[in-house]
Design a protein around this ligand. Sequence first.
Ligand SMILES: Cc1cc2nc3c(=O)[nH]c(=O)nc-3n(C[C@H](O)[C@H](O)[C@H](O)COP(=O)(O)O)c2cc1C
Length: 165
Amino acid sequence: MQALNVASGDIVIVCASVHHGNTRRVAEAMAAASGGHVYEPGDEALRAAGDCALLGIGSGIYFGHHHTSLLAFAGALEAGRNRSAFIFSTSGTGDRLARLAGRDYHQSLRTILCNRRFRVEGEFSCRGYDTYAPWRIFGGFARGHPDMNDLQNARTFMLSLGRGI
Ligand SMILES: Cc1cc2nc3c(=O)[nH]c(=O)nc-3n(C[C@H](O)[C@H](O)[C@H](O)COP(=O)(O)O)c2cc1C
């Protein structure tokens, strides 16, 4: 596996995690593996994203898309510099099951980033504990996720990103 070849201070990870903090745990694992910094969407994140070599951007999935605050953040990014980015998410079903059902949870965010002239170097997703109705009645869905294995996969994903950058 090839390690990331961007300076760790140049890695900015912007994360909206509003349901159970699931995606934040993934973002923190990615930051710990790469020396990157985690931000919530907002002005500080926009400033940091303006200078970084690699931008990570992720949230939980809500009704088939990344969180609206993250989509708005992506839409506000400075365009036209052909920089590197990666996308991540957590969701109740996980990406594989969603794709089997014909859903692409990352599509909206990917389209925005491509329109802002970012190169999407990789995408990561895993399941995240979901207590949105009707799952609450049954004690939740994807209980225990992200688990140790998911977080290890997130770290491995970060370290393997260096291939394209
Ligand atoms: C209002 C709402 C809508 C959701 N919609 C979806 C969905 O469309 N597909 C899915 O797989 N999970 C869905 N989930 C589950 C979340 O994506 C999952 O719990 C995620 O890990 C939450 O991340 P967070 O804790 O970082 O906010 C939804 C959760 C909520 C609260």
